[in-house]
Design a protein around this ligand. Structure first.
Ligand SMILES: [Zn+2]
Ligand SMILES: [Zn+2]
Length: 343
C-alpha cells in the first residue's frame, strides 16, 4: 500500500509501497482509512524540527488524524465489528495505569502514538487498539470526521478553562487548532473573539475575518494595545495560547485582564516569562494536552451536526502520492487543514 513515510533523520518524507498490516494482538482493530488529516506535528517531523525528534522512531508511516471503516477485529474485541465507521484516538489510554484510573486517559503511562511510535494512517490500512475507537454517524462525511481529532484538542482547552457567556477571548495562533478554538469560544457564548497571527498567516486570517472574528496582526501592530482597544482598555478574560511560537505565554499574560485566565495548548519552545505579572494580575494558567474520551463524544456531536462546521477549514484533499506537495503548501501557511486519502 502506498504510504507517507518518514524514513531518515533529516528534512523530507518519502512515498513508499509498504506491506499491508495484519492484526497481531487480540485487542486490536484493522481500519481501512478513508481520510487522514495533516497535523502541525507531521509538519514538524517533515522539517525534522529539533524539539520533536524524540517523539518519533524511524522509519515510520505518518498520520494520526484518521477516519475510516473497520475491516477486521482481534478476538477480544466486542464493541466494534467490520463495517463500523469510526474515528480514532491517536492511541487510547490503557485504562489500568495510575493516570488512567484517575480518569486522565490523555496522560496514560503506556501509550504508543500512531504516526510516531506505531504505524500511522497516511496509507490504506492502519492498526489501532479498540479502546481508541469512537463510532460516528452513518451519514457523516469521513473527511469532516478526520478533523474531529484536532477539534478535540481545541475543545479540551475550553473544557480546562472557565469561560462564561459574555467573556472576551483572545486566541494566539491562527492554525487549524486556533481557528477551531475561536469557533468553539464563539459557540460557547464569547462576546468577542480576537485571533492573533502574523502577516504571513494572511490566508488563514482571511477565513477568521470571514467567520466574523477580530484579527490582530502581531508584526504590524502592538498586540497588547490592539486587544485592550477592543476590551475597554482592560484585556480579555481568557487568552488561549495555541501558536507554539516563541514567547507566546508571555504575550498571553499581557493580553488578559486582572484575574484573567490563560489556556496553554501550543507546544512552544522555552522562553522568558515574568512570574510577578502572573502574581500581581492573579492570572490562572491551565495546561491542556490532547483530549479525554468525554471530549471525543462531545466533538463527534458538534462536528456531525455541523454545529461546528469544519468544512471551511478543509482547504486541500490529496492522495498519498501528492503528500509532499501539500506538506510544502502547509509549511508556507497557505492552506489550513489538508486531508490525505489512500491511493
Ligand atoms: Zn494532530
Ligand atoms: Zn493508562
Amino acid at each position: 500500500m502506498l504510504s507517507v513515510v518518514k524514513t531518515r533523520p533529516e528534512p523530507g518524507i518519502e512515498i513508499l509501497d509498504c506491506p499491508e498490516p495484519t492484526i497481531t494482538h487480540d485487542g486490536h482493530v484493522l481500519l481501512e482509512v478513508a481520510a487522514c488529516g495533516v497535523c502541525g506535528s507531521d509538519l514538524h517531523f517533515y522539517e525534522w524540527a529539533p524539539h520533536m525528534r524524540g517523539e518519533i522512531t524511524l522509519p515510520r508511516i505518518l498520520g494520526h488524524e484518521v477516519a475510516g471503516t473497520v475491516v477486521e477485529v482481534g478476538r477480544a474485541v466486542t464493541q466494534f465489528k467490520p463495517g463500523d465507521r469510526v474515528v480514532t484516538e491517536t492511541w487510547g489510554g490503557c485504562g489500568r495505569c495510575y493516570y488512567c484510573r484517575l480518569g486522565r486517559f490523555n496522560q496514560c503511562m503506556y501509550q504508543t502514538r500512531i504516526g510516531q511510535k506505531a504505524e500511522g494512517g497516511m496509507a490504506r490500512y492502519v492498526i489501532v487498539p479498540d479502546i481508541s475507537l469512537y463510532n460516528i454517524p452513518a451519514d457523516m462525511p469521513l473527511d469532516e470526521a478526520a478533523v474531529i481529532e484536532p477539534v478535540g484538542v481545541a475543545l479540551h482547552s475550553l473544557e480546562r478553562v472557565d469561560l462564561k457567556p459574555g467573556d472576551s477571548v483572545a486566541v494566539i495562533g491562527p492554525g487549524p487548532i486556533g481557528i477551531l478554538a475561536a469557533m468553539l469560544a464563539d459557540r460557547a457564548g464569547a462576546h468577542r473573539v480576537i485571533v492573533l497571527g502574523l502577516a504571513a498567516d494572511e490566508a488563514r486570517l482571511d477565513l477568521v475575518r470571514r467567520m466574523g472574528y477580530d484579527v490582530v496582526i502581531t508584526d504590524r501592530e502592538d498586540p497588547v494595545e490592539a486587544v485592550r482597544n477592543r476590551t475597554e482598555g482592560r484585556g480579555v478574560e481568557l487568552a488561549l495560547d495555541v501558536s507554539g511560537g516563541y514567547g507566546t505565554l508571555s504575550l498571553a499574560l499581557d493580553l488578559v485582564r486582572l484575574g484573567g485566565q490563560i489556556g496553554v495548548v501550543g507546544m512552544s519552545p522555552e522562553a522568558p516569562f515574568n512570574p510577578s505579572i502572573a502574581a500581581i494580575k492573579e492570572v490562572t494558567i491551565h495546561g491542556s494536552f490532547r483530549r479525554q474520551p468525554s471530549t471525543w463524544f462531545r466533538a463527534i456531536k458538534l462536528v456531525s451536526s455541523r454545529k461546528l462546521d469544519v468544512r471551511p477549514l478543509i482547504t486541500h484533499r490529496v492522495p498519498v502520492a501528492k503528500a509532499r506537495e501539500v506538506f510544502e503548501i502547509l509549511l508556507h501557511r497557505k492552506g489550513i487543514k489538508a486531508i490525505i486519502t489512500p491511493d
